[in-house]
Design a protein around this ligand. Structure first.
Ligand code: FAD
Length: 480
């Protein structure tokens, strides 16, 4: 270890021959993009290793063991919990980034099996382009274009999780390199759906955030691309009526319901006044809550493009909801435009001040009361703050954003009080989760340590000691 906590240059260049010219990056200018997170403060690294094969990944892990250097596996750097890039403050143990971007082969799609084998660095968009040629898709939908290895490592959810589930539901098998003495390749890359042969090692790596192994290949279950799609924005008659709307749609239109997003007035206002979106209901004030629903399905034989089948179902559903007295208004919106206000929320909020974003989930029955209480507990610790929530209510997810006035300087103590208030309410008062979709990482390490049961923490550490006895894998801010 060199004096500044970095691996000595000579040690890094031991890998030159094994990884080739493109495999070892040390030029300070080239290093910058690997150190800038999507959100948060940038870190530094003295080297980025870019293996292009599983053998090269093994060589990197063996090297890290020899020199006790920590490896930070990296995909597309869209993670939101601070684990995708080196920490801003350098720790004692030297660390380097391992970018999987060169493990980027053309996805192997099997249209009969409806599966794909994908290398870790391949982007979601590339997989979906290849799958679309066969009328298939990996239906995990989000406002970013992550790499498949990163998606498996974080167990990505997304706006269509209500219908399709998360990454865990789509991973049939995977291949990963662990950091035991042999740098074992855990080869569980099966595309079989029925494969009930004891514990599934693949799923030990899903959601592990790079701490258990470096994922190199993932076998995925794909789904049929819908041929008909329609969207509507609704105004529920009350907060509680949102759940009536959701249940009605699930009971009577469940096979069509693809997404159910709820946006508060504060969030919609931010999107409309500061972002680029157009009001779904024309010129009027944003209602306390607005709901975006999406229906998708198959128009049936003889209808190549699926026709208006989804729209017919949406229109029928709106009439039923109005008759029941659960909505006061509802408009069908072209699916190419319907999501714009929803996607413009984050951009709009950022222009209003400093945004503290909490990615929480609560049991669905508690959603309306949770959001009322969130406003109360935030007002107690930060009277000037605005709660501007939106989220995937269909699966209990809420992006509970708290906007503090002023963008220049965040008071860390105030931020911590807000965090304790929102996460305390979520976990201790309503039995929810402090991390709905984004995973652990340095951002959520304290809550993992404070709230995950002792037995869970013990087993996680025991497992870590088996797959990584020297502690060379994963972001140093992870709690395991
Ligand atoms: C605009 C935006 C919208 C988003 N919306 C959603 C959403 O709706 N739902 C949701 O769940 N997430 C969402 N995210 C979060 C994010 O996209 C996911 O966490 C993402 O899938 C991470 O993939 P990545 O390739 O970018 O990984 P990175 O950010 O590069 O890495 C994330 C973590 O995975 C580890 N990792 C990466 N590759 C590997 C590998 N090959 N082997 C082992 N470990 C690895 C890293 O060490 C790190 O801990 C959003 C992000 C953005 C920017």
């Amino acid at each position: 270890v060199s004096e500044n906590g970095e691996p000595p240059t000579a040690a890094v260049h031991e890998l030159d021959r094994e990884l080739g010219e493109l495999g070892v990056v040390t030029d300070p200018v080239d290093l910058v993009r690997y150190c800038e997170p999507f959100r948060g403060r940038a870190g530094t690294t003295s080297a980025v290793l870019r293996p292009a094969s599983i053998e090269q990944v093994r060589a990197v892990v063996a090297w890290a063991r020899r020199h006790r250097v920590r490896l930070l596996p990296q995909g597309a750097v869209t993670g939101l919990v601070g684990a995708s890039t080196p920490p801003p403050e350098r720790g004692e143990q030297p660390s380097v980034v391992v970018s999987l971007e060169r493990l980027d082969d053309e996805p192997v799609v099997d249209p009969v099996d409806r599966t794909a084998i994908v290398t870790a660095g391949t982007r979601l968009s590339r997989l979906n382009e290849a799958a679309a040629g066969h009328g298939l898709a990996l239906p995990i939908d989000l406002g970013a274009d992550p790499a498949i290895g990163g998606m498996a490592a974080t167990n990505t959810g997304g706006a269509r999780m209500l219908r399709h589930g998360d990454m865990r539901r789509h991973v049939l098998g995977l291949r990963a390199v662990i950091a035991d003495e042999e740098c074992t390749v855990v080869d569980d890359l099966s595309t079989l759906r029925k494969h009930n042969v004891g514990p599934s090692p693949s799923h030990w790596f899903v959601g592990s955030g790079g701490a258990f192994g470096i994922i190199t290949h993932v076998a995925l279950q794909l789904e049929q691309l819908p041929t008909s799609r329609a969207c509507a924005w609704l105004i529920p008659t009350s907060d509680d009526a949102v759940l009536d709307v959701l249940l009605h749609l699930e009971r009577h239109h469940g096979s069509w319901l693809e997404a159910f997003e709820v946006v508060s007035a504060a969030a919609l206002d931010a999107a409309l006044s500061r972002g680029s979106a157009v009001h779904p209901f024309g010129e009027r004030a944003a209602p306390a809550l607005s709901v975006l629903v999406e229906f998708t399905g198959d128009g049936g034989p003889g209808s190549a493009d699926g026709g208006d089948a989804a729209e017919e179902h949406v229109v029928a559903a709106l009439e039923e909801l109005a008759t029941e007295g659960w909505i006061e208004d509802g408009v069908v919106v072209d699916p190419t435009r319907a999501w714009l206000p929803r996607h413009a929320v984050s951009e709009g909020l950022r222009q209003m001040g400093t945004v503290l974003g909490f990615d929480v989930a609560v049991p669905r029955p508690a959603l309306p009361s949770f959001l009322r209480r969130a406003r109360e507990v935030v007002a107690q610790v930060a009277p000037d703050a605005l709660v501007a929530d939106f989220g995937h209510w269909g699966d209990g997810g809420v992006h509970c954003n708290v906007v503090l006035p002023g963008a220049d300087r965040l008071d860390p103590e105030l931020a911590q009080r807000v965090r304790e208030a929102v996460l305390g309410l979520t976990v201790h008062e309503v039995g929810g989760s402090f991390s709905a979709e984004h995973g652990i990482g340095p951002t959520n390490a304290d809550w993992w340590l404070a709230t995950r049961p002792e037995g869970v923490q013990h087993l996680t550490r025991q497992f870590k000691a088996v797959v990584d006895p020297l502690g060379v894998l994963g972001h140093p801010g992870l709690p395991y």
